[in-house]
Design a protein around this ligand. Sequence first.
Ligand SMILES: Cc1ncc(COP(=O)(O)O)c(C=O)c1O
Length: 397
Amino acid sequence: MISPVLPSYSRSPLSFASGEGSWLIEADGRRFLDFASGVAVNALGHANPRLVAALTAQANRVWHVSNLYTVPEQERLARLLVDNTFADTVFFCNSGTEAGELALKMARKYRHASGEPDRTGIITFEGAFHGRSTGMIAAAGSKKLTEGFGPLMPGFVHLPFGDTDALEDAAAQPEIGAVMIEPIQGEGGIRTLPDGALKKIREICDRHGLLLIADEIQCGMGRTGKLFAHEWAGIEPDIMMVAKGIGGGYPIGALLATEEAAKGMTPGTHGSTYGGNPLGCAVAAEVMTVMLEDGFLDGVSRKAGRLRQGLEGLVAAHPDVFEAVRGTGLMLGLACKPAAADVLKALNGEEMLAVPAAENVLRLLPPLTISEDEIGEALARLDRAATRVEASLEAAE
Ligand SMILES: Cc1ncc(COP(=O)(O)O)c(C=O)c1O
């Protein structure tokens, strides 16, 4: 018989009753070190006192007002985003997928408003993950996401990740209007672009008049040690999808754009009942405020250096379990030799969480507020888990 909750996930039996900083706690009191963070969502840890205060203060004022009115919490959050990014304007929604849907609509409407309505094609990259709506699965294009859900939305051209030669050719096609890319692929296996590739992609977009859409849903919001990952490349996108970390656990997404890219989005062209809800905006404004405080992002980079160094040591110490470290900042992955799912099981046995990804990678996405001591603890737990995996590999021989 089908379970009351639609069985669209293969869920772990682990279940948590509460959270505290970098820890998730089961009902029986077992404490797990959380290197999943709800897949890069709980950027400031669990039950962060500043976020709890922002949420409860807002809950005592007003929970919801329609977007037919001016929403002060939305105005404040939009101002924070515009002042600290390339963007001139922001639309708020409730998830990353919704941000991506608007990115598609905006890219098309831009062409329509520019008198080039046939330039609807969008270039995306293999291994991408942009969400689960019909539009976003078509955008990513992999069989894993699309099988059985056809007919798919047309208009996407899928290229190998970071292949700027292929992009050069595809970008010259007259129907192409935009490029959508994750600066670091998350679900795809913590895949980074070759040095200089994002800059080259920006140049190609400029040369062909294409809009560059950055999907920073997983790699953005401080995760790499900059507010957004594209900043490392010294470029700016025209449109950017944001979600996950921006709400620190409260569901909120955002689509940021330049005035030029957004020129077709006039009143009546898009909307959302809950998008920009005062509760979500109040929390997200506090997340932004924390991340913009002196030393926060530098602290992410410093801790990331320590974690990475420790992980490199683990790869050297356990060559039959770990192949390599991938990623940037606190968006790291361990490419595994045995099935990453088996390594994760051993890690769960050491009361630590991580997230599997494609290419047999175990993602390590701790809260950005993780302490140096907790990083040391995580490395010790990973070490013990790898030793367990080695023992089971030997037993199987
Ligand atoms: C890069 C990227 N894009 C889009 C999404 C979809 O976001 P959401 O699940 O909030 O709709 C995700 C979620 O994992 C993601 O990692």
